[in-house]
Design a protein around this ligand. Structure first.
Ligand SMILES: Cc1cc2nc3c(=O)[nH]c(=O)nc-3n(C[C@H](O)[C@H](O)[C@H](O)COP(=O)(O)OP(=O)(O)OC[C@H]3O[C@@H](n4cnc5c(N)ncnc54)[C@H](O)[C@@H]3O)c2cc1C
Length: 545
């Protein structure tokens, strides 16, 4: 016999869990079904190198989560369920050839001081950029935290027009449409200061010359300067455990190690799911799918469940370049040529310059293995010393941006054309690059674990092709177009079926937004529905009387 719930959540990514917590707290009977043995999706930690060394396998920086409306509401509950945070006041830095570096610290003055050492013009440009941030960031964050609706956007624009004035609105429009290179060229002087901002673009899939690519690096560069960078004490899974603890506290259920094979639709309404083991779970009110848009249309729904136009749009949903992770257990902090102060920064970008980023991005799109991949070096132990024994360190190295399919290796040393073959040799290239900026690092490596783009997809089917952001964030696929026009507000044309996760507005990152907004929408519709039913009932009893 099928078990019956109010809501079945497909996938225990953080958005699925967030939605489940909110529905369960409102009294719904909720179950979350996760294909993996462990919940969390791209938020997970494990001892993958050696015992006692806890690595955040995928996401590590919790800033987006901590700025979310969900955290504002449930932060104390998560703390009750064991979430502790560790914060660095030195969020990010870049290294350059010749033992040079520049970093951003919490506080404008200390950051300006570092930039002045590069070029007084950089400090002036940074200050002007900061003024722009102060003027427009509340509008941009306001849009980011709202559902995409014509009412919401009109309200945001009217408020922006009132607070920013005509000149401010023009600046905002120019910022939103700029590429990152256009932004940094307009404000900054040295190649180093420009790279400091532009590296953030590649955290999404914004090569320096992609229109619309300025906003994310701009916001990240300055919000980190305000709040530093935070990780979960003891590992990213501590946040997942806290979410699951909260879910259970509200009576929710979590089933792991079993995939949902089909979403069952009858009469245009989602009525439940079929699991890989053949079991059916009925959903009286909603199915919340924390899945990729292409899996929704290609695997989980039957042909004809969605209108043809929407199906076609979802099938065309595009993924960005791939990502690879290299996790290192070290016997000592990274011996940066630029000096020991650099060991205290949460992230160090190794690019080095904007032109290198442009080349890497073009290589990735064309199927070429980049000679100079962008490395995001997360010095996790410097933020959270609990991650390794006293005499050890864990290092999180994200390699961005890589080809999904390898066609050539212009550097000529790698023969493998599948990621399973190329992963380890390419990780050697990564290590060689790091060694050029940190002589002697190799000797400090105790163990390493490599997760190739293929591994990322194997571990989380939403990371199609190893795309860490689960779908390009270019303008044609964001705002009202994520995942497709007509579906940006989480509802789908199938009654009771909502889609959440990185493939929906506002996109990837631990922002918890889609889970939060979709659950709120479900709850408010249910309230209207219940009121309507009560009214109908009262009307009928009066007539009967
Ligand atoms: C390497 C890497 C580094 C990152 N670094 C950061 C960072 O530092 N900070 C940051 O903010 N963001 C970062 N991100 C992005 C961020 O982690 C993701 O955007 C975010 O976790 C996506 O959350 P989600 O809710 O969409 O679910 P996901 O994390 O994608 O999880 C979805 C879950 O659903 C499950 N699932 C899918 N289909 C089914 C099915 N049919 N049946 C059952 N279960 C199913 C999957 O197994 C998975 O567990 C990073 C991502 C990666 C990959």
């Amino acid at each position: 016999m099928a078990s019956t719930y109010d809501a079945v959540v497909v996938g225990a990514g953080h958005n699925g869990l967030v939605a489940a917590v909110m529905l369960a707290r409102a009294g719904w009977k909720v179950v979350v079904v996760e294909a993996n043995a462990r919940p969390g999706g791209a938020l997970m930690s494990a001892e993958v190198t050696r015992p006692g060394y806890v690595h955040d396998l995928f996401a590590t920086n919790l800033n987006l989560f901590l700025a979310s409306r969900f955290y504002a509401e449930f932060g104390d509950d998560l703390a009750r369920h064991g979430l502790r945070l560790r914060r660095s006041d030195l969020p990010y830095a870049n290294v350059f050839p010749g033992g040079r570096s520049v970093g951003v610290s919490v506080g404008l003055e200390s950051t300006l001081e570092r930039l002045r050492r590069l070029d007084p013009g950089d400090a002036q440009g940074w200050q002007r950029l900061h003024e722009l941030y102060e003027r427009v960031s509340s509008t941009l964050f306001g849009v980011y935290a709202s559902p995409i609706s014509s009412y919401g956007l009109t309200k945001a624009m009217v408020t922006a027009a009132r607070t920013l004035g005509r000149k401010g609105l023009a600046d905002l429009a120019q910022l939103v449409s700029s590429s990152c290179r256009e932004l940094v060229d307009a404000y900054l002087v040295s190649a180093e200061a420009k790279a400091l901002v532009a590296c953030w673009g590649l955290h999404l899939d914004f090569g320096p010359d992609v229109s619309g690519g300025a906003v994310f690096p701009f916001l990240e560069a300055f919000s980190d300067m305000q709040v530093g960078m935070s990780v979960a004490e003891g590992g990213a899974s501590c946040l997942v455990d806290a979410l699951c603890g909260l879910l259970r506290e509200h009576g929710g259920e979590l089933r792991t190690g079993v995939a949902v094979e089909r979403i069952l639709v009858t009469g245009g309404r989602a009525i439940g799911v079929e699991l890989a083991d053949g079991q059916h779970l009925q959903a009286a009110r909603a199915v919340v799918a924390n899945v990729s848009p292409t899996a929704l249309v290609g695997n989980l729904l039957a042909p004809g469940d969605l209108p043809e136009g929407i199906s076609r749009a979802l099938e065309r949903y595009a993924y960005g370049p791939a990502t690879m992770m290299v996790h290192l257990a070290l016997s000592k902090p990274v011996p940066w040529d630029a000096g020991d102060e650099l060991q205290r920064f949460a992230y160090v970008h190794v690019a080095p310059y904007v032109d290198d980023l442009a080349q890497t991005y073009a290589d990735a799109l064309a199927g070429r293995l980049p000679a100079e991949p962008l490395l995001v070096v997360g010095q996790t132990s410097s933020v959270d010393a609990t991650r390794a024994p006293a005499d050890g360190q864990v290092l999180w190295v994200q390699v961005r941006t890589l080809p999904t399919r390898i066609l050539t290796d212009p550097a000529g040393s790698l023969a493998g054309r599948s990621w399973d073959e190329a992963a380890e040799p390419f990780a050697d290239r990564v290590m060689a690059k790091l060694e050029r900026y940190a002589s002697g690092l190799g000797a400090a490596v105790l163990d390493r674990a490599v997760l190739s783009p293929a591994d990322l997809e194997r571990q989380n089917r939403n990371l199609v092709g190893g795309d860490s952001i689960a779908g390009s964030m270019h303008l044609r696929q964001t705002f009202g177009f994520r995942p497709a026009a007509g579906m940006a507000r989480y509802r789908t044309p199938v009654g009771g079926l909502v889609l959440v996760g990185a493939g929906t507005w506002p996109g990837p990152g631990l922002n918890a937004q889609s889970g939060y907004l979709a659950a709120r929408d479900l709850l408010s519709r249910a309230r209207w529905h219940d009121r309507f039913r009560q009214g109908q009932h009262r009307w009928q009893s009066r007539r009967a009387w």
